[in-house]
Design a protein around this ligand. Structure first.
Ligand code: NAD
Length: 253
């Protein structure tokens, strides 16, 4: 299967670490020019450097996805550097909850919704006009299996990821005839800093995390990157408005 990415440009938010970094590297490995974006300047610059060291072409742009003006500048810098945008992976996200719903705070709610929902909405709002002007393109948003069902002690996060899927499906239908495809990827537990922060303090939680996946282990960042590249490529032209679980069978139970 050819992914037919020649001459194309991808943007990855949350590209300083974890799933975002792996996906930025995967895009670059397929020959795309890649804009890496994040609030973490050191991590984002490190991702861009890894791409360049491997012979690729990448630019890091600092952007807080919760800020309309910064997201607008991110798209302007993308066009300024590479002249086009073909694929956007809206992946920046946070998880900070530690308790059940009634134990949550207003500040947690606003922070999680701000990055995970408003951030994805703002990115799509500024990306879609560029894709329309070019005659098409593809967006992949990072949701989660927590966007497909319950996530105890992560209720705000779960609500935010359900919202990502709502934004994804609605935009997909709105722009389908204009050849702008919009899909979501729904990882289960993936081995990233986010996972380590949540589970490393308690090894029992690590064992539980592995056991919740029928394949018997947590996922790898590269396994999410592979799914994102598929959803972007021309071979996926008939796939839009889809929330793809990449979850070791977790949602099949
Ligand atoms: N790791 C998992 O188990 C898992 C499972 C399901 C979904 N996800 C989702 O995958 C995505 C990536 O997570 P990860 O596991 O790679 O985590 P991570 O913490 O390693 O990476 C998230 C990145 O987002 C960036 N970020 C945070 N707030 C931002 C903002 N306001 N603007 C721009 N960038 C910001 C962080 O600096 C970080 O580099 C997130 O949306 C997360 O919710 C992760």
């Amino acid at each position: 299967m050819s992914l037919s990415f020649s001459g194309r440009v991808a943007l990855v938010t949350g590209g300083a670490a974890g799933i975002g970094r792996a996906t930025a590297l995967a895009f670059a490995n397929e020959g795309l020019q890649v804009v890496v974006s994040d609030v973490d300047v050191d991590g984002g610059e490190a991702t861009a450097a890894l791409i360049r060291e491997a012979g690729g072409d990448a630019l890091f742009v600092r952007c807080d996805v919760t800020r309309d003006a910064e997201v607008k500048v991110l798209m302007e810098r993308t066009l300024g550097a590479y002249g086009r945008l073909d694929y956007a992976f809206n992946n920046a996200g946070i998880e900070i909850e530690k308790g059940k719903l009634a134990e949550g705070s207003e500040s947690e709610f606003d922070a999680i919704m701000g990055v995970n929902v408003k951030g994805v909405w703002l990115c799509m709002k500024h990306q879609i006009p560029l894709l329309l002007a070019q005659g098409g393109g593809a967006i992949v948003n990072t949701a989660s299996v927590a966007g497909l069902g319950a996530a105890p002690k992560m209720s705000i996060y779960s609500a935010s990821k359900h919202a990502v899927i709502g934004l994804t499906k609605s935009a997909a239908v709105e722009y389908a005839k204009k050849k702008v495809r919009v899909n979501a990827v729904c990882p289960a537990v993936i081995d990233t800093d986010m996972f380590r922060r949540a589970y490393e303090a308690d090894p029992k939680k690590g064992e539980f995390a592995a056991a919740m996946h029928p394949v018997g282990r947590i996922g790898k960042v590269e396994e999410i990157a592979t799914a994102v590249l598929y959803l972007c490529c021309d071979n996926a032209a008939f796939t839009t408005g889809h929330a793809l679980a990449v979850d070791g069978g977790a949602t099949a139970i």
